[in-house]
Ligand binder design. Structure first.
Ligand SMILES: CCCCC/C=C\C/C=C\CC/C=C/CC(=O)SCCNC(=O)CCNC(=O)[C@H](O)C(C)(C)COP(=O)(O)OP(=O)(O)OC[C@H]1O[C@@H](n2cnc3c(N)ncnc32)[C@H](O)[C@@H]1OP(=O)(O)O
Length: 323
């Protein structure tokens, strides 16, 4: 209906003087070099489109409210992802699947950035749901771990900007989620944050450790990981596990928004590529060892000593909750 089918075509004169040396070495070399020359133009075009999208009216319909994750976009075009699996947002397979899907939605909708938070007034996330690891069905455990890996790839390696408004405790997997974001504002008070796996008789996977080593100093990370250190909010600020202390959840979200605003004048593609290059190494490491990591997790679950540790930990949690 009068629409151009081809909008940008280049006919290369492969016998032109400038192309003769390469064409005589390799068939179609002229076309290849013309294509290379076109790339910067396409890059700039894509960037212009992306910039235009970023400035488009900010209230967009996004994925419907899921029961375990609430995803909304505010008037500034910032996506707010709220974990809402009471009582403690422990990360079971269903919650991980919803987080994974929501991260896809944020990526598709080209939001200005995303803030991760929790609907609980006292817990950001209690980390992995221990019941997924205690006497598990192995098929489900495999899906569980693969989905957790997916969530980390999508969050740690997101091209959109991310921040965590940590409005409560963030042990283990909860700490991992927040460290996978680019910025952390945590509500002050009696909350704690850290990778406490060794206290449960388990070992944080290498990619959890890598994420921590790229957030706080290697020295602090080694001490924290081996001693199962749960940082108070003040301690977390001191060693830069968090970036700011907030007075309440609204303040934490505002602080995250202020951080995201810093990118308003930065071309999104340059920002995204820089972030991904900075994070490339741990991402590549897990990509190459992904299957081995799943197998390690599964064999770890089959270890009777690990199951015994988990059982004791669950008992202790239940006793504490009953008091
Ligand atoms: C040896 C060989 C090694 C080879 C290594 C190879 C591979 C590595 C493989 C695996 C690594 C696995 C990594 C795991 C990372 C994790 O995330 S493990 C989870 C760690 N999480 C925790 O330790 C947090 C435990 N919870 C708490 O500390 C507190 O609940 C809280 C978060 C501080 C909140 O306290 P609050 O007082 O508000 O709540 P309650 O404690 O009363 O809890 C309410 C309710 O919720 C249950 N619950 C709490 N946490 C979890 C959880 N993580 N999973 C499941 N259920 C949880 C709690 O039991 C209560 O239940 P109820 O009694 O039924 O009400």
């Amino acid at each position: 209906m009068g629409r151009a089918l081809v909008w940008d075509a280049t006919c290369v004169d492969s016998l032109a003087a400038s192309h003769l040396p390469s064409t005589s070495q390799k068939a179609a070399a002229a076309a290849e070099s013309a294509q290379m020359l076109k790339r910067p133009k396409m890059f700039l075009l894509r960037q212009a489109v992306s910039n235009a999208r970023q400035l488009a009216p900010s209230v967009r319909a996004m994925s419907s409210k899921g029961p375990l994750v609430d995803l909304t976009v505010d008037n500034d075009g910032v996506a707010i992802m709220t974990l809402q699996r009471p009582p403690v947002n422990s990360l079971n397979l269903d919650l991980l699947k919803e987080i994974s899907k929501s991260l896809d939605d944020v990526a598709k909708n080209k939001s200005r950035g995303m803030i991760l938070t929790s609907s609980s007034p006292t817990v950001f996330s209690a980390g992995l749901d221990i019941m997924e690891m205690y006497k598990p069905d192995m098929k489900r455990a495999e899906e569980f771990w693969t989905t957790l890996q997916d969530v980390w790839f999508k969050l740690y390696g997101s091209s959109f900007a991310t921040a965590a408004a940590i409005n409560g405790h963030a042990p283990a997997g909860g700490c991992l989620l927040s460290m996978s974001c680019e910025y952390r504002a945590m509500v002050g008070g009696k909350f704690t944050i850290g990778l406490n796996e060794t206290a449960l008789g388990i070992v944080a996977p290498k990619w959890f450790m890598d994420t921590m080593c790229r957030t706080i100093s290697m020295r602090q990370a080694e001490l924290a990981l081996t001693t199962a250190k749960m940082f108070t909010v003040d301690e977390a600020l001191k060693c830069e596990l968090i970036d700011e202390i907030a007075t309440d959840k609204a303040d934490a979200i505002n602080k995250c928004k202020t951080f995201l605003k810093k990118f308003e004048k930065i071309p999104p593609l340059a920002r995204a590529i820089t972030k991904l290059k900075m994070r490339e190494e741990p991402i590549k490491n897990l990509q190459t060892s992904r299957q081995a990591d799943v197998q390690e997790f599964l064999s770890f679950l089959k270890n009777p000593k690990v199951q015994q540790s988990l059982e004791m930990y669950i008992q202790a949690l239940k006793q504490k909750a009953a008091k």
